[in-house]
Ligand binder design. Sequence first.
Ligand SMILES: O=C(O)CCC(=O)C(=O)O
Ligand SMILES: [Fe+2]
Length: 283
Amino acid sequence: MKSHLPIRPELREWILSTTRAGHSVEAVLKLMQETGYDPRQSRSIVATVLNMPISALDPNTLPTKTPGRRTRHPEPPQMEIDGHTVHIGLSMESPALRVLNDFLSADECIALIEQATPRLQRAKTVDSSGKQQIDARRTSEGMFFTTGETPLIKRIEQRIASMLSIPVDHGEGLQVLHYLPGQQYEPHYDWFNPEQPGFAAITAQGGQRIASLVMYLNTPDAGGGTAFPEVGVTVTARRGAAVYFAYDTGDEASLHAGLPVQKGEKWIATKWLRERPFQKNSR
Ligand SMILES: O=C(O)CCC(=O)C(=O)O
Ligand SMILES: [Fe+2]
């Protein structure tokens, strides 16, 4: 796949001048990866700029592969994790997506809401310089727990790590979001755009995001599902259920949205996973 993302003129110029100066494409890709571009995106950008087929940049023929970790997709029909059974109600391959029917118990959902409530603030998004900011596209209130902050958070993080076969330290702090009627999260990707100016800063710790787990802490009276508009799928928000989706550092089919709550309220907890260990003090 060639790059559909806008390529910054300075990057385009740098790729052209470096290859014209006699440096190999492998060397260009290696330098891009050292400055924080992920291997797949850098191949796609270089192929676009040099107008060559992406197959000519086959990673198996390049010596510069530095793959991060990937999550293991949960296997239907069910998984036993530390004495807790999780049932997989739906599986898709593109995007890689699983609906988990009973990831959290009702008691865990209630306790998470209780622990998060006093700390809620208007939810923020990460801007192009890597800073958090208020964003009109995201009208909910939210908060972050730090990794392992309470025994409950620790237990949930361990469950996620075991289910997805990825160490706990690849996870960002668990985020809880609260939506009221009319509030939503407009369509977005959870992975970071390698072309945005703050990409290197955002991915300096932990690298790219590779997968997300959105856990539903209550059942809204109407609305509030998680929609995947590229594939026409909406996951119902239901207490204790969760949706897992993986995007391997950048899959456009993983576009998703928190649909407006129509009646009642909606509570979720989101865990984002990185390809390398993530340190929370980079936020
Ligand atoms: O509210 C939802 O259903 C989706 C939340 C989401 O996309 C996120 O937290 O990244
Ligand atoms: Fe998201």
